[in-house]
Design a protein around this ligand. Sequence first.
Ligand code: AMP
Length: 146
Amino acid sequence: MSLEGIYDEGNVFALILAGKIPSTPIYEDAHTYAFLDIQPQSKGHALVISKWSKARNILEIEPEALCQVMASVQKVATAIRKAFDPDGIHVAQFNGAPAGQTVFHLHVHIVPRWEGDAPGFSVHGQGGFADADALRALAQEIRAQL
Ligand code: AMP
């Protein structure tokens, strides 16, 4: 999918927001939701989405929604730092399939990084799916720092 197109109400993050499929929650406020990535690039890899914006990418999102998402990104990144003491934190956001986007509801990745980690993103699926119980335990550690 390129930058052109219409918002698909059946995309996986819309289904998560609608409670139709499960996720591992970290943080929630009136406008945003943060949860753990199911195919993590590192321990504690989180995603933040807007609850109300139907934007697929950064070109479409309302500035107000973007500000709300980024405020939550900062909050969650701070909690992840306290929980896991990473050496760096990669904040990333992809727009359009050629740029690596696979879910077309705008989201921001928060990826803790440690010295010696390979930089950049591995192809989705390469690392496989995380164990659900392990994700729940990590989420609890992050939530304890919020
Ligand atoms: P992107 O390439 O930026 O569109 O990234 C989409 C991300 O969503 C990938 O890192 C996927 O692992 C992640 N993802 C896809 N489905 C789910 C899901 N059901 N729960 C949590 N993360 C998901």
